[in-house]
Design a protein around this ligand. Structure first.
Ligand SMILES: [Mn+2]
Length: 407
């Protein structure tokens, strides 16, 4: 048996809205970005046509919903059908299998398209919620075992528990959408068909193509044995998708355990997301703040095509207005600036002894500071202290700046 080359990608989330959440693209940019999602799939189909791997593995979330709009569905079916090799799809938690899903050829959605394209016979969609094993056509000794995500199941029903025993010989490929609990590049969503590396190792398959996390990376045992990989999303979707945007070429050799050097990620997205964390403490004018931000952007090699997510923190000097959002939005495809963690720069020593109560000659600000500090010291919980601190800062904003900026 020759070396087996595979192309793996997942989590394209075709049809995702992009106008909501923190990203909140304006409608025209969202439209453009959705067109780019489609271009990613076109690019993948072109790569598959040129590279002619033995198979294409799509472990879930090809669509953002199991009932995508008809244009997206027709587009995806045409693109996937155009791949001239067997394609295996295991639906994910976003495009999970249900009777009404686009993966059910009997569904009203699928049937409603009249003369629209049909999933071709070389596209195998796993629709059952139990693992099924099928041979890879024209490659003897190669099997693909896959499962569809149907709905959230309790943690006690681990996805890998009812895995069939793999065939004794040959290359045994596993395909599913699930969350490796220890994945180092995981976001918050670890609830979807959770599994751990030792469960996967015990299962005894050659290579597991897994989808769900948008950042690609290998799946290995604690001893460094490669078990499989997340290809990751070909196209960044949320502001958390820093470093996202590639597909994965896999090479498997018979009688040779797979190694990380058999995995090759290729960039697929022309735009990058830069998540930038910037401390504003100690910068006393807007020019200095702009300068620090420009230095960070230059170090990141951010280009005009990119998306920037800026999180500001630290203490901002009193009276300094730093709102880089509009400037960044002119310079980049899209930018979001979050200053909710910035605190005004008031020097208050909360731990010091409470000074003498201000007398009649004291200013309003002095009296206010003293009263709030006294309240802070009487507070009985961290929550209460945090609230008093915030009230003190807002009050000082009002007294010294004449206005308050909601943080
Ligand atoms: Mn998912």
């Amino acid at each position: 048996m020759e070396r087996l080359r595979l192309v793996q990608f997942s989590d394209l989330h075709l049809g995702v809205s992009l106008t909501g959440g923190k990203l909140a693209l304006p409608p025209s940019k969202a439209e453009r970005r959705r067109a780019e999602h489609r271009q990613c799939l076109t690019r993948l189909a072109k790569h598959v046509g040129e590279a002619r791997p033995a198979a294409v593995l799509i472990p879930g979330d090809l669509f953002d919903t199991s009932e995508p709009d008809i244009d997206d569905l027709n587009f995806a079916i045409n693109a996937v059908n155009s791949m001239p090799v067997p394609v295996f799809i295991a639906p994910g938690n976003h495009d999970g299998y249900s009777p009404s899903s686009c993966y059910n050829v009997q569904s009203a959605l699928y049937q409603s398209r009249g003369g629209g394209p049909k999933w071709a016979s070389h596209v195998r969609i796993f629709t059952a919620n139990r693992f099924e094993t099928v041979p890879l056509p024209s490659h003897s000794g190669v099997t693909v075992t896959g499962v569809a995500y149907h709905r959230h199941v309790p943690d006690s029903q681990r996805v890998l528990y009812d895995l069939p025993r793999p065939p004794q010989n040959g290359l045994r490929i596993l395909l599913f959408h699930g969350s490796l609990q220890s994945y180092r590049r995981a976001g918050s969503d670890k609830e979807v068909l959770p599994f751990i590396a030792s469960e996967l190792e015990r299962a005894g398959y050659t290579y597991a193509a897994v989808g769900h996390y948008h950042r690609g990376g290998p799946i290995s045992t604690e001893h460094g044995r490669l078990l499989g990989a997340y290809a990751g999303a070909p196209c960044a979707i949320t502001l958390a998708d820093e470093g996202v945007g590639s597909w994965l070429d896999v090479e498997l050799a018979p009688n040779e355990p797979p190694k990380e050097s058999n995995l090759h990620w290729h960039p697929c997205d022309d735009r990058a997301i830069h998540r930038i964390d910037m401390d504003v403490t100690g910068l006393t004018d807007t020019a200095a703040l702009d300068g620090r931000l420009d230095d960070i952007l230059a170090a990141r090699m951010a280009t005009a095509r990119d998306l920037v997510c800026l999180a500001l923190r630290g203490r901002l000097a009193r009276g300094v207005d730093f709102a880089p959002g509009p400037r960044l939005n002119e310079r980049f495809f899209h930018a979001v600036a979050d200053d909710s963690a910035v605190e005004p720069d008031y020097t208050i020593d909360f731990e010091a002894d409470l000074p003498q109560e201000p007398g009649l000659a004291a200013t309003c600000e002095e009296v206010f500071r003293w009263k709030m500090l006294a309240l802070w010291r009487e507070a009985t919980s961290d929550e209460e202290r945090a609230r008093i601190k915030e009230a003190l800062f807002y009050g000082l904003d009002a007294l010294t700046l004449g206005e308050i900026h909601l943080r």
